[in-house]
Write a protein that binds this ligand. Structure first.
Ligand code: RIB
Length: 307
């Protein structure tokens, strides 16, 4: 059977996760209860998620020539991710993300993107064959905006479907980013920041998604945490609820959703079915610690989730 083919252009970080009774206040020093170091970065997480489900994934990113960078490349290889365009620089350290996770599984994250910022448009052009060979290209906002735009332009020229995840949140984006996104996939805070609208209820989420659609994106899939996800297109709005679970660590849950959504769409699933399955994978991920370590592998999932 041919594996679904994906390409992810984005950041790789080393996550330094401290588990704390509550998130610290300004100027406060808190005792943590546990520490976990693991592979992260929104692009890397989404790529590894799709690979763990069985996707044939190519990653385009830049690492520092340091121990974090070397280990990150090894991690991609361990998950059979194509590392042809996993590049190195001696001009910056690999990206890192100190993260605090409280007892409810909520987190706060600092990213120091380092080498990720040094990816160039020429390197995206060099990765054109990997983008063109994919059924789906996935991008986020943890690398410079013009590099994300360059990748999305290549995908459009090559007729590749694009999923754009506007994370981490920014208050405004160039109009071209919307028109180059076949699927625009924000969470609630990202949607609020981009539209200036409050997103607490489903009707509010739908109204905000229509603002994004009016900017030229093909369809919007809004992730709603424990409430699941919402598809909004010019013709329909469908809420796909998630099963309630006890969250231990929500770090990377959005990436688990985006990576598995991309995988299921590339595998040919209809959009609502892909969302239903991605909801389930994200719900599994919040029940374990860490970022990529909390993402399930195909072998551990019920066959009906993958058939
Ligand atoms: O979405 C979670 C990710 O955000 C973490 O892995 C961290 O590296 C930051 O990029």
């Amino acid at each position: 059977m041919t594996r679904p083919k994906l390409c992810v252009v984005g950041a790789a970080n080393l996550d330094l996760i401290s588990y704390v009774p509550r998130l610290p206040r300004m100027g406060e020093t808190l005792h943590g209860t546990r520490f976990h170091m693991g592979f992260g970065g929104k692009g890397a997480n989404q790529a590894v998620m799709a690979a763990k489900l069985g996707g044939d994934v190519a990653m385009v990113t830049k690492l520092g020539q340091d121990v974090f960078g070397e280990n990150t490349k090894n991690n991609f290889e361990a998950w059979d991710v194509d590392t042809t365009h996993v590049l190195f620089t001696d001009q910056a350290f690999s990206g890192v993300a100190p993260i605090a996770v409280d007892e409810e599984g909520h987190n706060s994250i600092i990213i120091v993107t380092g080498a990720n910022d040094l990816l160039t448009e020429a390197e995206i052009e060099a990765a054109r064959p990997s983008i063109a060979a994919a059924q789906i290209l996935v991008c986020q906002l943890e690398i410079p905006l013009e590099i994300t735009l360059a990748a999305l332009r290549v995908a459009r020229q090559e007729g590749v479907t694009t999923i754009f995840n506007p994370a981490p949140a920014r208050p405004s984006l160039p109009p071209e980013l919307y028109t180059l996104s076949d699927i625009f996939c924000p969470n609630e805070p990202e949607t609020e920041l981009l539209t200036g609208l409050v997103v607490n209820t489903l009707p509010e989420a739908e109204a905000a998604a229509h603002v994004l659609l009016a900017r030229g994106t093909g369809q919007v899939i809004l992730t709603l945490g424990e409430r699941g996800s919402l598809l909004v297109t010019p013709d329909q709005t469908v809420h796909v609820p998630a099963e309630p679970v006890q969250a231990l660590d929500s770090t990377g849950a959005g990436d688990a959703f985006v990576g598995s959504l991309a995988y299921f769409l590339a595998a040919g699933k209809p959009i609502l079915e892909a969302m239903r399955r991605a909801n389930q994978i994200a719900a599994i991920s919040v029940q374990a610690s860490g970022t990529q370590t909390s993402f399930p592998v195909a072998a551990d999932l019920p066959a009906k989730l993958l058939d």
